[in-house]
Design a binder for this molecule. Structure first.
Ligand code: BTN
Length: 266
């Protein structure tokens, strides 16, 4: 374990007594970093091993998908990245985001919060975003060198900035004060579920994850608007296929198979 300063001492017990078989046995706890995804990629380039997990107390440039930032105040939430070295071609890695979504869903369920999944990476409770996932791959030619799986889970924030108040929530806001988990408890639950679903993904690929994702999502069957760069598709999200792509029956009469983009329910 690497521990800088003391802001995350509440999490140090996890390194001493791991709750997992392999994930996070190498645990780096940082008081502050730009982004745990950046830090994990840097360590990955330096040869760090499969299963390394980095957790920061705060991020100065926390990143979300599509160029968005990620609100990362100190002392309140979980910001973590896992470094994964997988024996699969790069094109098979994106559904890892779905596996992480299922894992976050099940982790918060074990803490008493009923969440739903939006494609590809939002975890929502009561219609607001509770967690986000940012998966970034590093390739060499046609080979996947490593994947960084970044997860932001809002655990303790009770006063979001005004612009986030209508769209963000946390475990503390979703639960009665007496049931709100500590960060250490939430991290333990998250690592256990993440390892369970990563094991399934490693053994069975996207097909082992997609049915579980579907069961935890309310998106299928609803009207959606998908923004993928300059392309906009509106229509009915009618399925998630075995590779994790979203199938949309478009208002233009065409069937769209969508691999990336920002989905809003229309
Ligand atoms: C999103 O929903 O847009 C994805 C948000 C991902 C946030 C996490 S916090 C830990 C890791 N480090 C980052 O900079 N981003 C991810």
């Amino acid at each position: 374990m690497t521990l800088s300063g003391g802001e995350l001492r509440d999490l140090a017990g996890l390194a001493a007594a791991p709750v997992t078989r392999w994930l996070g046995h190498e645990l780096v706890l940082l008081d502050e970093t730009t982004s745990t995804n950046d830090e994990a990629a840097r360590l990955g380039r330096d040869g760090a091993h499969h299963g390394l997990v980095i957790v920061a107390d705060t991020q100065t440039r926390g990143r979300g998908r599509q160029g968005h930032g990620w609100y990362s105040p100190p002392g309140e939430n979980l910001y973590l990245s896992a470094l994964l070295r997988l024996d699969c071609p790069p094109r098979l890695a994106p559904p890892l985001t779905l596996a992480a979504g299922v894992a976050v869903h099940d982790a918060v369920a074990s803490l008493g919060v009923r969440a739903t999944l939006d494609w590809p990476n939002d975890v929502r409770a009561g219609g607001r975003k509770l967690a986000g996932i940012l998966t970034e791959t590093t390739t060499r030619g046609q080979t996947l060198e490593f994947v960084v799986l970044g997860i932001g889970l809002d655990v303790g924030t009770t006063a979001f900035p005004p612009e986030l108040q209508p769209i963000a929530t946390s475990l503390a806001l979703e639960l009665a004060p007496a049931s709100a988990p500590s960060r250490a408890h939430a991290l333990a639950a998250l690592l256990v579920e993440l390892e369970r679903w990563l094991d399934r993904f490693i053994a069975g690929g996207a097909a082992a994850i997609v049915p579980a994702w579907r069961e935890r999502s309310e998106l299928i069957g609803t009207r959606v608007r998908v923004q993928d760069g300059a392309r906009t598709v509106t229509g009915i999200a009618h399925a998630l296929d075995e590779e994790g792509a979203l199938l949309v029956h478009g208002d233009d009469g065409a069937h769209h198979r969508i691999f990336s983009g920002e989905v809003t329910t229309a």
